[in-house]
Design a binder for this molecule. Sequence first.
Ligand SMILES: [Zn+2]
Length: 593
Amino acid sequence: MHFNLYNTITKTSEPFIPNDPTSITFYSCGPTVYDDAHIGNFRSFLAADLLRRWIESPLCTLKIGRSPDTETHTGVRKVTHVMNITDVGHMTEDDNADGAGEDKMEVAAQRIKQAQSKKDGSVHKAADIDPNDPRAIARFYEQRFKDDAIKLGLKVAVEAQTDPTLMPRASDHVDHMKQVIVDLLNTNHAYTAGSRAIYFNTQTFPNYGKLSGNTLDQLKGGAGGRVDDAQQSEKKHPADFLLWKEDPSHKMKWDAPNHPDCADWQQGYPGWHIECTAMALARLIPGGLDAAKAKHSTIDLHSGGEDNIFPHHECEIAQSCCFTHNDSFANHWFHARFLKVEGEKMSKSKGTMYTLSDLTEKGIDPAAVRLELIKTHYRANADFSMQGLKDSARRIEVWRRSVREIMACIAHPELEHTYTGHDFVTRFADALHDDLNVALGISILDLIRGSVSTGFDVDLNTENALKAREARIKEIGKTIALPESPMSSDVAMKIVGDLSKSDNERSLAAIHLIDSVLGVIFRPIEKAQDTGIALYQPGVAPSPEIEALLQQRADAKKSKDFATADTIRDQLAAMNLSIMDKPGGKVEVAPTN
Ligand SMILES: [Zn+2]
């Protein structure tokens, strides 16, 4: 079996065949950092992360070459995954094919100014930023994005802490964009127009429309208002899109590309689509900005949300292919579908465009958010719900408990309690090889807990003995600390296949191997928060309401009013909180399982 992945450009599930199976290039369109990313954005980023983790897993087999009987590749594999940060104030109307619209940084500046002028005492998260400094706005939201991405286990964000070139900023690559634009002007794939704009000439690229189905013929008719009338008259075709625009009033601006056709232009800014072409070429193709060296080059994988398919990726393909003189830019295009919330379209007015902080402030473990966002197949519309989030948190807790109990059984072989879930890795791999069927993969992980051999037949005589043993394992399990990261996949793979190891050791390694793809079980342990009155365990966020109840309870206990103290305990239980009195008068608050 080998990995088949749906390819948006061919519209079929087909073998994922990289140029070099040991070193894979993957570009993901990243966030525009003018506001906090919401869970819908993260669904697409996490789908890409899951894909990357799967390709890196030793469980993943890739096909080599396109003929039917060619070999496959398993083993050590490096994925260079790049996710850009769009920090140039490009336009708000991203679905506008010609790049018209409002400057997003200008929108952010207005929003911050409004928040700062509010007299109601509410402090906006961005209150300290100078709204007139677009770079400060971008840096602020970039950092917030990276913090959230790390909490959600996005590997690219973790790696970018030591190698920032994996998350390049568009504003650092404007010179590279200009290099590509000059080449496109020289090769007549681009032209300058009267309003001092540079457009890509879509009629010079016959494959335009192949990805999205929006062919030039269809777009001629206006394509549902996707193009801006004001700019139509100067274009050669309605689908032609902006590569550069002179605009000295734009928030972020640079000198015009170095070309005779725009020699006397004032400062301006690049179009959105050209950003990703330049960064993908610069970071993933050796010598990629030299048109001669980049000739016929492709990257292996390119991802984005389904809203990126048109116009962004269609335009990116056109520019890139004309620059590299190739028919394709990425061998495989990967797009995750939209996220719904509580069965409906996400909406700002309904308050359902949750950010990660909105959820963690409620005491929700980021691992539960991750599982909730990856658990549905990436090509199905996922439905995010508070109930689903609770279920995901519970599921992870069960997995973690299983791990601790298997570790207890390894430490106490005399208990003769054996898990035999090691073979499930094959079933997990089969699921993921089939177009990343993560829902099936997760259900297979669920099975490991029940895969127990007790060493005797369980009947009425032995049932109590088994129950006592399980209780003991549970007790020992509670004292075992969970590792904060999965063991190396290669080590885990060896242990799973090593018959000299015990079944428990092999089953534990199987869970490590699976979790290095899912990324939800072995995580940095969150520390308890101490508020003076109480010690809040991970999963509960302190709130004035809880603090007030705990204070009332402490007062009631002091005056020996135990009835009131018990009532408050019940009130907290109704809020899914359990409390435990600690020596020194403090109370430990934990989520009720
Ligand atoms: Zn992009």
